[in-house]
Design a protein around this ligand. Structure first.
Ligand SMILES: Nc1nc2c(c(=O)[nH]1)N[C@H]1C(S)=C(S)[C@@H](COP(=O)(O)O)O[C@H]1N2
Ligand SMILES: [Mo]
Length: 218
């Protein structure tokens, strides 16, 4: 199988290699100057009157839960300092993300007891699947801000998920909702050759590296 190609938006990030070992970066990653934009497809236009954040699937009460943009951004605001590791091997370090912890969503719209995974949905049908434990990590955040400023459109405004301990494709930009799942299912990149779990410290880049139990059959 050929190497899957990510980033059909066509940008080829210029990376900076210091030559020195960077113990603070996951294996195979290089430091990136600035903050490149990496995603598949166009940047969606934010329409506040049509926007809603939905939690659906196997919720504890069997209901679908929705928030308007105003309601979602009124939830308690927290900051998390975290690096962003793109599977194409650049890392952006030391960002202070601000927003709503994923745990807050789990608290106010709890999953049913048999939920094991979530699918995080974004505009245009982009999605990424996560184990519930990864999504419930203390540092997973639905970010509205970076370094005290609102996210720009190309970086995911009005909302993107940050999961610091996983590769950045596990954090969709332009998030619109979360689906609680009672079995695992692959998201957009996970169906297209990327690793189902995506731990950068284990260099879980591609699906051919998966071991039994890491993900649903391809
Ligand atoms: N909706 C959406 N979110 C996405 C992607 C995408 O293609 N679509 N790409 C991911 C990837 S591969 C990376 S590296 C980061 C890049 O975020 P940035 O453009 O803010 O640097 O966004 C992630 N979120
Ligand atoms: Mo990426």
């Amino acid at each position: 199988m050929g190497q899957p190609v990510e980033g059909a938006s066509g940008d080829a990030p210029g990376t900076v290699s210091s030559g020195a070992a960077r113990p603070d970066l996951p294996p195979g990653q290089r430091l990136q100057r600035g903050w490149p934009v990496t995603h598949y497809g166009p940047v969606p236009k934010f329409r506040p009157e049509r926007w809603e954040f939905r939690v659906f699937g196997a919720t504890a009460d069997g209901e679908k839960h929705c928030w308007t943009h105003e309601e979602l951004t009124a939830l308690p605001y927290t900051t998390v300092v975290a690096d962003l590791h793109c599977v194409t091997k650049f890392s952006m370090v030391g960002a202070e993300w601000g927003g709503v912890p994923a745990r807050t969503i789990l608290d106010i719209a709890p999953p049913a007891p048999n939920v094991t995974h979530v699918m995080v949905w974004a505009e245009y049908g982009f999605s990424s699947n996560l184990r519930l434990a990864d999504f419930a990590s203390e540092r997973a955040l639905f970010a509205t801000h970076k370094d005290g400023e609102l996210l720009t459109a190309e970086h995911g405004f009005p909302l993107r998920l940050i999961v610091p301990h996983l590769y950045a494709w596990k954090g969709p930009k332009w998030v619109r909702g979360v689906e609680y799942m009672t079995a695992d299912r692959r998201g957009f990149w996970e169906e297209r050759g990327y690793h189902n779990i995506g731990d950068p410290w284990k260099e879980q880049r591609y699906s051919y590296q998966e071991e039994p139990g890491d993900g649903p059959e391809l």
